[in-house]
Design a protein. Structure first.
Length: 211
């Protein structure tokens, strides 16, 4: 199979205006991935599926990731004048990275027996810019997994054929896989012998009732 760099080059020629970035991975397996802008995600997905050299016809896994606001630190060497003498110092540059939500697709070719190619889509933020295009029209196997991500992370997949909760009930508030999710204090209805939950239930029952 082609390298990810080669795939990126061909995609840039085939999908005009697509913004593609190779994202490195520091794990032992070190599988890099391809970050795609939301506006061109469907066109990129169709190319990956239909291109005769790739034929990535199977999406095996779709996962969500919640990235909170973070401060990124980068060390760099700088030269400064000290008492008229130029000296080199190391300083740390801090930049704030706003939080966002991410969807990761793992793609394989059943026809050509190769893969994976890992595709990433990111939202504008974690609050009011949480829409991404559904890739279910390209890979039917994404349907339930995108629903899980919508349910647990709150990403809204535009163009999904049946976007509704799949694990939590309709009246459930919030998205429990968000890193800032706060679980409700409703343990009086939890008949369980598990010690941690039992302690929460005892603390809840010890609170004075609301007036």
């Amino acid at each position: 199979m082609e390298t990810l760099e080669q795939i990126k080059t061909r995609l840039e020629a085939a999908v005009a205006g697509a913004q593609l970035v190779i994202v490195p991975n520091g794990s032992a397996a070190n599988p890099p991935s391809l970050l795609v802008d939301a506006a061109h995600a469907l066109a990129v997905a169709r190319f990956l599926r239909d291109d005769p050299q790739l034929r990535l016809d199977y999406c095996s896994n779709v996962t969500g990731v919640d990235w909170l606001d973070a401060v990124l630190k980068e060390k760099r060497r700088v030269k400064k004048l000290v008492d008229g003498v130029e000296r080199e110092f190391e300083e740390t540059l801090e930049t704030k990275r706003p939080g966002y939500l991410e969807v990761v697709y793992h793609l394989y070719s059943m026809a050509l027996k190769h893969g994976p190619v890992i595709l990433r889509l990111r939202t504008g933020n974690r609050t009011d810019q949480v829409h991404l295009p559904s890739l279910t029209p390209v890979w039917r196997g994404c349907e339930f997994q995108e629903r899980e991500i919508y349910d647990l992370y709150g990403i809204r997949f535009d163009g999904h054929p049946d976007l509704r909760r799949i694990l939590m009930w309709d009246g459930f508030e919030g998205h429990p896989m968000r890193k800032d999710y706060v679980e409700p204090d409703d343990y009086e209805y939890e008949p369980t012998p598990h010690d941690a939950v039992l302690e929460k239930a005892k603390r809840h029952l010890a609170q004075p009732p609301n007036p």
